[in-house]
Ligand binder design. Structure first.
Ligand code: GLU
Length: 519
């Protein structure tokens, strides 16, 4: 048997981190089993622009490098892969159920249903629909239909049965079918409802393992019964627990963004986006917030960092392994090790995975990753000349492990333009301090004449100068750094000076001295 798993997103215009984790587990399982992973688009009740609604979802898969064997763009033997284009299949399946007496037209009016519900409430028992239309004769039914009476098609649940299922994650689950109302499977306009469409599709797509969010566990008994009624091969089910918001037990949700902005574990991510996205010409929208995959792509995470974090959301190889490559996850993934409890999303952990994978990344790939950010922030322009690439390479090397995200590179804008932000508070403290401007001026004169302008010569010159003047090297280093880069953080000061070159360094020191004089 070839394993076939699927992910069936409704096109919503964004890819939720929790949804991506579920999709990733289904993908990992397929890859581990040398099976197929299928993308099916559940677009039955979507009246939205498909490319806007589906685009970010497909992009999330592409960016993470999670390919699909069948689905949009790639096609496949069981297509079309959009539910909106599979109407004939639903129609045929509905007819089959009607013919075998397992589905019926229900002509109950909204008033009748409301009364049924009120009665159930009064008697304090769960509402189960009244099967009043079941008693209609064939002739009556035909007449009602001819009259154009409103109807829905309901599946006739076989009541009085204990339905058992072994879920690969949840374990053994049982349902009493007497408690299940007959679900509507087709609306009067012919539109299929979720449970029905899913069952028809999962069967026709020959899905062997339905791996999906646990919120669908409650839909599973109806789906199992529908599969049985249609004579389908029963898939195996695995319901993946939800992803909880950082430091909480509640499900991570796009609707709670205002709250997350104040969540100490999430706050930094929002703030960084507020700072960085505008510089890249992007808006920090809810669809591009830390609950979506797009946020991590746009702010410059590596797929390897995000995948490592997603893989560890409720799944582990053993007690201690944290860092895992995609290949290692494919090799080791099993559903048995998926934890039943909700998995807490931890931005700090994600960041530590990211830091690890960024450190591992070869320099050339770092350059390729940083260039789009420098271009978007208008710090460089395309096409990139070889000298320019070389300079970027030196900046990245000097920046070293401080580069955690590709967008961090725009913090080094002082290397790329002469107008750069100055940290006023630190400038006051480091440059305007008593005695410092005079020292800086004198040291600048020395910088103007030293033979070579290298890391070694600069260090030697500074040490000698500090000793001669009886001042701490630190004072001079801080003042130089603030003068030439405007910030107290970044690459080592000698690296900064070498990258800027003698002329620019001296100009900036001069400008800083003027600024200090006017302060
Ligand atoms: N379109 C459904 C959803 O997004 C799919 C559920 C399923 O996997 O069966 O929740």
């Amino acid at each position: 048997m070839t394993v076939r798993t699927r992910f069936a997103p409704s096109p919503t215009g964004y890819m939720h981190i929790g949804g991506m984790r579920t999709a990733f587990f289904a993908w990992l399982f397929a890859r581990h089993m040398h099976g197929k992973f299928i993308l099916r688009i559940d677009d039955t009740d979507e009246a939205r622009n498909m490319s806007e609604a589906l685009g970010p979802i497909l992009q999330a898969f592409r960016w993470l490098g999670l390919d699909w064997d069948e689905g949009p763009e790639v096609g496949g033997d069981y297509g079309p892969y959009y539910q909106s284009q599979r109407g004939d299949l639903y129609k045929a399946a509905a007819e089959k159920l009607i013919e075998s007496g397992q589905a019926y037209h229900d002509f109950s009016t909204p008033a009748e249903i409301a009364a049924d519900r009120a009665e159930a409430d009064k008697a304090k028992r769960p509402y189960i629909n009244i099967r009043r239309s079941l008693d209609l004769s064939a002739a009556e039914r035909a007449q009602y239909l001819a009259e154009g009476r409103p109807w829905v098609l309901r599946f006739l649940v076989p009541r009085g049965e204990t339905l058992a299922l072994d879920d690969l994650i949840r374990g053994h689950v049982e349902w009493d079918t007497s408690l299940l109302p007959d679900p509507v499977i087709v609306r009067a306009n012919g539109g299929p409802l979720y449970n029905f469409a899913t069952v028809v599709d999962d069967a026709q797509l020959k899905i062997t393992h339905v791996i999906r969010a646990e919120e669908h566990l409650s839909n599973t008994p109806i789906q199992v019964l529908l599969h049985r009624a249609l004579g389908n091969v029963m898939p195996t089910f695995a319901h993946v627990p939800y992803v909880a918001a950082p430091g909480s037990k509640e499900k991570l949700s796009k609707r709670k963004i205002a709250e997350y902005r104040k969540n100490p574990k999430f706050k930094m991510l929002f703030e960084r986006a507020d700072e960085v996205f505008p510089k890249l010409g992007l808006e920090a929208t809810p669809e591009r917030s830390p609950v979506t995959v797009e946020y991590y792509e746009k702010i410059g995470y590596l797929p390897a960092g995000v995948l490592n974090a997603l893989g560890r959301l409720g799944w582990s190889l053993d007690e201690k392994t944290e860092i895992m490559s995609l290949a290692e996850m494919i090799q080791n993934f099993t559903l048995e090790r998926v934890v039943k409890a909700p998995a807490g999303f931890d931005p700090d952990k994600l960041f530590s995975f990211q830091s690890h994978w960024m450190k591992e990344l070869p320099l050339e790939q770092k350059i390729d990753g940083c260039i789009p950010y420098l271009v978007a922030a208008k710090l460089i322009a395309e096409p990139i000349a070889p000298e320019s690439r070389q300079f970027i390479s030196q900046v990245i090397t000097a920046f070293g492990d401080r580069l955690k995200l590709f967008s961090d590179i725009i913090d080094t804008e002082y290397f790329f333009r002469d107008e750069f932000p100055i940290d006023e508070k630190m400038f006051q403290k480091r440059v305007c301090k008593e005695g410092i401007p005079a020292l800086l001026r004198e040291f600048a004169q020395r910088l103007a004449v030293i033979d070579s302008f290298t890391l070694e010569s600069l260090e030697t010159a500074l040490q000698a100068f500090a000793a001669e003047n009886g001042v701490g090297q630190g004072d001079l280093i801080h003042a130089l750094r603030l003068s030439t880069t405007g910030t107290p953080v970044g690459p080592g000061v000698y690296e900064c000076l070498v990258l800027l070159g003698r002329e620019k360094s001296l100009q900036r020191i001069e400008a800083a001295l003027q600024r200090a004089a006017n302060a």
